[in-house]
Each structure stands twice: as structure tokens, then as C-alpha cells.
Design a protein around this ligand. Structure first.
Ligand code: GTP
Length: 603
């Protein structure tokens, strides 16, 4: 294929607007896959993707299409469509020259449509606007076209109207891809240079990397260098995804395909890296923004004897998702486990679901938190903390407040689109989450778009559910990283009869301290069984007590019901009580069952 006959493109859309259905139709009408009714979303390969109907990992396929008597190679680069995966979207877009911007004819422009459009615009891509699902009874293609015009400045006659489900208008999409999206700027006579834009781990074949060849030719059997690490690899196999791997002898300038080398894990296959030949002096592709974990949670086996099984399950899953960060962690209450970092909440959800599905182990995930930052003062303290700025992933590691000069918390820029009758309730929900409304615009005479600055910590728990419930399900939400902001934070400690329970410490905004203290104290009162002496449960910031609960003394006489002289039954019951105590953790002289920790810490 001469470079002029190659097109590299992606489909970008809000969740459920039909991206995978359209991809399937494109594969079918180009004969890449046979047309059979059960061709349900070939590109969504993971079980969780099928179940949740969302794309998690980007998949790529090459299609061949004849247009005006000429054969074209169309590389469809699939992108995940969900809020947490901006990073994966942007890296997939780097391999494209254009996108299909897909919008549902009934739902209209949604928060992720806006986010994805912005990414495509920033990457200078040709944008082909498409309205999907025109077969729906409730379809309003004219209204949606008007929205696209008013938000994106897209002229309404550029918009293609299709039904991916029925196949209506899908041919026109192929024509538009060829006519409106430019071919890649690539030159086969230049030294080889290829962009690595995705990678995954295959149990049998090792690391498979997706590459877009910029210039030159990359051939099976030759040696290539990864520019960031300078490591040399041998090309064991190279080919197209059609949509399953189809090996060839070489990939040429402008082509997109896969490569298998002697890389051992996906960490070596750094997304955004450039492959070149040895002793080549080509310029590397500009580096990508590395994936940054913003949501952290602890992961523990329900039973310590399952730790090894959990570890191997987690290790296998992270092999395929290098954006999950993983450290071992241990808690006196929950035992040995892990501290894991995720790109966002959905990423955490998807990970847990995969863990459950693929490995069948039972585990506890702790309530998520964000990386706070503090600035410490005094040369001695700075030295002790390895710098003036300290990132805090675990509340126990918070320096003493007397040495802290400034607290900072991560912020996000959120976009909400909803019908305007919900403006009042959405605004009050956002204010309640310490959101600051930065902008508000009318998309048309029934819908509004709000741009809100939130502390990330405030949207970690139930925000999306609450938003859905105050808008009867009509709001869409998307967010992106917006850096750190100075904040007023405190560490809330919990005490049982005056002994601090380290693993329950929490960091929160000053205004949330009292609520947090009350909530946790109440849960502890409910879950810690009465003992022979009274227990005072307290939540405090430094020495100031914010909440208190009392657990009255009580001796649980397990043998009370066994009057009479059945001594063997009595000893059996006493033995069982003693075994129960083994599962407890002693804080001072108080036995705290593991359940109490789980109840407070669990998500
Ligand atoms: P993500 O992978 O999460 O981004 O979702 P998606 O955009 O890939 O959506 P998907 O293709 O899974 O489609 C979502 C739902 O819309 C499915 O139930 C499809 O059957 C349905 N759908 C897609 N296209 C059409 C269409 O043209 N008409 C109708 N009526 N339904 C459609």
C-alpha cells in the first residue's frame, strides 16, 4: 500500500453511543470478519468489557477497502471510552490522523463527547462528525446536529447520519474516512522510526506491542532499539491485526500493526516510546504524559492463607495493565496485602471486577484515597522527608502538623451535561462536594453544560451515583486532572480507651473532620462487641476530641444456656470463644474483631 492509500483513524464517543457496534459493522462490510448475528463487539475482548459494555483496553484492526477502483488500507485504532482512560485515548490518538466523532441521536452531546473532541482538536486531527442510532424512535438527529454546531462549531452539512445497528450509512463512513482524513506523513526511504502506542501481555506469546510505523521499514528478524531504554530487541514476529494477528515479513512507513520481540513484561514496552534501528540518529516521538495513579486503595485477602493466591492473581492482572501501581503493604488488622494506585475510580472498579471474575479469590478493598501533598519546613525536617514536598499515600505517614507549612490536594476539572431543569439540584450537589462552578453554558434551549472544579477526594465516593439520582439518570459526567491546590487538611485519629489505632487514621478537609470522626466512631461502636469493661471510642484531630461513643461493659457468657452438668459441651463452647478471640486484634487490652476494621475501612 502506498502511503497515500493508508488512513489511520479512531472512533471517539461517549459511553454507549455505539462505538463498538460501528467498529463491528466496519469490520463486517470490509469482509474483515464474516457477517454473523453473534458478531457482538469483536474488538471488546475482555470479559469485563462485554459485561459492562465499556471498552477498557484499546484494540486495533486493519481493514482493506476499495474506493474508486483503488485499494486502501484503513487502520481502525480503537480507544477506550471512559473517563479514567483519557491517557489511553490520547496515546491511541497519537497514531491517527483523524477521528470519527460519534454522537447518539437520542442522547445528544454528552460530557465525554466534549472531552474526546477536545483531545482530538488538541492533537490536530481531522474530525468526521457522525450521528448514530437514527433508527431509534426517539432519535432527534436535527437537534443533535444543532448541538454539535453550537458546541464544536461543526457545520451541520458535514455530519453523517447513520445507524450502526442496522448498517445504514456505514458505507458513507468509509468514503468519508478516505476523503476527509489525510494519509499519514510517512516516508519509506527514511531511517526507520515507529511509535509504540499500546501493549499487552499474552500468556503464550509474551509482550505484544502495537506500533505505528512513521518512516522506513521494520522487518522480521532484525534488531531494533527502544529509544528510551536503549535496549536492543530482536523482532520475532511482525504483522497486522486483521482483527486477529496476521504475520507478515515487514511493516512499511505509514502502516499500523503489532510486533513481538523478546521483551519480558509490559513495563519494558513503554507507551509512547520510539523504536529505531541500531546507530540510527532519528528523533524520538515526543514523550507521552506518563499514566499517573490518582486513586489509591488497599487490597487484602479475606483470609491470610489466600495471600499467595491473591498475589499471583494480582501480578498476572497488572502484567496487562502497566497503569496500575502496586506495592506490598501490611496492616496489623488486615494482614499482608497490597497498596494499589489507579488512574481513577472506574479503573479501580474494573480492576476489582476482573480480579473477581478471572481469579475467583475473595478479597477486601479499602476505601479509596487520593495522594495529598504537604510542604514541610525546617532544614532538618526537609532532610528527614527527602525534600520539602512530601506526597502522602498513607495517612500514617503524615508528618507532624507542627512541621507542615502548607497542605495541597489534587483537583479535577469536571464537565457535567444535563437537562436544564436539574440545574438547581446539580449545583447544590456540586457545592456540597466543595465544587466551584467555573462556567455554565446553554447547549440548546433544554440542556446545559457546567464546568466545575472539584477536589478529587470529594468525588471518590458515590458522586456519580448521587449525580445520577438527582437528575433521574440524565446527567453525564467526565473529569480531567487539574493539578494541585493549597488546601486545609487534617488527620483524624481514632482511639480506643486512649490508644490510637494507626490503621484507622484518615486525612480529610478541615470541614469534613467532625462528620468523618462521628461516622467512624459510630461504626466502631456497632461492630466492637461488648467486653468485660467499658470502652470509649474517640475520634480526634491532634488533641481535640470531635466524636465519642461508649461501649458498655458486658460479659458474654457463652455457657449461660448450658445449665446442668454437660462439661464437654461447656468446654467446646469455651474453646470456640477462644478461637474467635484469635481472629481479634488487641488494641491496649481491647479485643477488636477484624470485622470492625473491615466495616470501617472497606469501600
Ligand atoms: P463503550 O465501549 O463503552 O464506549 O460503548 P460503545 O460506544 O462501544 O457502545 P456499544 O457499541 O456497545 O453500543 C451501546 C448500545 O447501543 C448497544 O446496546 C448497541 O446495541 C446499541 N446501538 C449501537 N448502535 C445502535 C444503532 O445504530 N441503533 C440502535 N437502536 N442501537 C444501537
Amino acid at each position: 500500500f502506498p502511503v497515500e492509500n493508508i488512513r489511520n483513524f479512531s472512533i471517539i464517543a461517549h459511553v454507549d453511543h455505539g462505538k463498538s457496534t460501528l467498529a463491528d459493522r466496519l469490520l463486517e462490510i470490509t469482509g474483515t470478519i464474516p457477517k454473523v448475528p453473534q458478531n457482538q463487539q469483536v474488538l471488546d475482548r475482555l470479559q469485563v468489557e462485554r459485561e459492562r459494555g465499556i471498552t477498557v483496553k484499546a484494540q486495533t484492526a486493519s481493514l482493506i477497502h476499495t474506493h474508486n477502483g483503488q485499494s486502501y488500507l484503513l487502520n481502525l485504532i480503537d480507544t477506550p471510552g471512559h473517563v479514567d482512560f483519557h491517557y489511553e485515548v490520547s496515546r491511541s490518538l497519537a497514531a491517527c490522523q483523524g477521528v470519527l466523532l460519534l454522537v447518539d441521536a437520542n442522547q445528544g452531546v454528552q460530557a465525554q463527547t466534549v472531552a474526546n473532541f477536545t483531545l482530538a482538536l488538541e492533537s490536530d486531527l481531522a474530525i468526521v462528525p457522525v450521528i448514530n442510532k437514527i433508527d431509534l424512535k426517539a432519535a432527534q438527529p436535527e437537534v443533535v446536529a444543532h448541538q454539535m454546531n453550537s458546541i464544536f462549531g461543526i457545520s451541520t452539512d458535514e455530519i453523517l447520519k447513520i445507524s450502526a445497528k442496522k448498517g445504514t450509512g456505514v458505507w458513507d463512513i468509509l468514503t468519508a474516512v478516505i476523503e476527509r482524513i489525510p494519509p499519514p506523513k510517512a516516508d519509506a526511504s527514511q531511517p526507520m522510526k515507529a511509535l509504540l502506542f499500546d501493549s499487552w501481555y499474552d500468556q503464550y506469546r509474551g509482550v505484544i506491542a502495537n506500533i505505528a510505523v512513521g518512516d522506513g521499514v521494520i522487518t522480521k528478524g532484525e534488531k531494533v532499539v527502544c529509544m528510551s531504554s536503549k535496549k536492543v530487541y530482536e523482532v520475532h514476529e511482525i504483522g497486522f491485526m486483521h482483527p486477529t494477528p496476521l504475520a507478515v515479513e515487514a511493516l512499511y512507513a505509514g502502516q499500523v500493526g503489532y510486533i513481538i520481540t523478546n521483551m519480558r513484561n509490559t513495563e519494558e514496552a513503554q507507551i509512547g516510546d520510539t523504536f529505531c534501528h541500531e546507530r540510527s540518529d532519528v528523533q524520538a516521538h515526543p514523550g507521552f504524559r506518563p499514566a499517573k495513579a490518582m486513586v489509591f486503595a488497599g487490597l487484602f485477602p479475606s483470609d491470610q492463607s489466600e495471600f499467595v493466591a491473591l498475589r499471583s492473581a494480582v501480578e498476572r492482572l497488572t502484567l496487562n495493565d502497566s497503569s496500575v501501581s502496586l506495592h506490598s503493604d501490611s496492616s496489623p488488622a488486615l494482614g499482608q496485602g497490597f497498596r494499589m494506585g489507579f488512574l481513577g475510580l472506574l479503573h479501580l472498579d474494573v480492576f476489582c471486577q476482573r480480579l473477581e471474575q478471572e481469579f475467583n479469590t475473595s478479597f477486601i478493598v479499602t476505601s479509596p484515597n487520593v495522594p495529598f501533598k504537604v510542604k514541610v519546613k525546617g532544614a532538618k525536617n526537609i532532610k528527614e522527608h527527602g525534600g520539602s514536598e512530601v506526597t502522602i499515600l498513607n495517612p500514617c505517614h503524615m508528618p507532624n502538623p507542627s512541621v507542615i507549612e502548607e497542605y495541597q490536594e489534587p483537583m479535577v476539572k469536571g464537565t457535567i451535561i444535563c437537562p436544564d431543569q436539574y440545574l438547581g439540584s446539580v449545583t447544590s450537589l456540586c457545592l456540597d462536594r466543595r465544587g466551584l462552578i467555573e462556567d455554565q453554558l446553554n447547549i440548546d434551549n433544554t440542556r446545559i453544560m457546567l464546568i466545575i472544579r472539584f477536589p478529587l477526594n470529594e468525588i471518590l465516593v458515590d458522586f456519580f451515583d448521587d449525580l445520577k439520582s438527582v437528575t433521574s439518570g440524565y446527567a453525564s459526567f467526565d473529569y480531567e486532572d487539574a493539578g494541585y491546590e493549597i488546601s486545609s487538611l487534617v488527620k483524624v485519629d481514632f482511639m480506643l480507651n486512649g490508644s490510637v489505632v494507626d490503621e484507622l487514621a484518615m486525612i480529610c478537609h478541615t470541614t469534613r473532620a467532625r462528620d468523618t470522626a462521628r461516622r467512624v466512631c459510630e461504626k466502631l461502636r456497632e461492630t466492637i462487641p461488648r467486653q468485660q469493661f467499658g470502652i470509649i471510642v474517640q475520634g480526634a484531630v491532634r488533641s481535640k476530641i470531635l466524636a465519642r461513643e461508649d461501649i458498655r461493659p458486658f460479659r458474654k457468657d457463652v455457657t449461660a444456656k448450658c445449665y446442668g452438668g454437660d462439661i464437654s459441651r461447656k468446654t467446646k463452647l469455651l474453646k470456640r470463644q477462644a478461637e474467635g478471640k484469635k481472629k481479634m486484634r488487641k488494641i491496649g487490652n481491647i479485643d477488636v474483631p477484624k470485622d470492625a476494621f473491615i466495616k470501617v475501612l472497606k469501600r
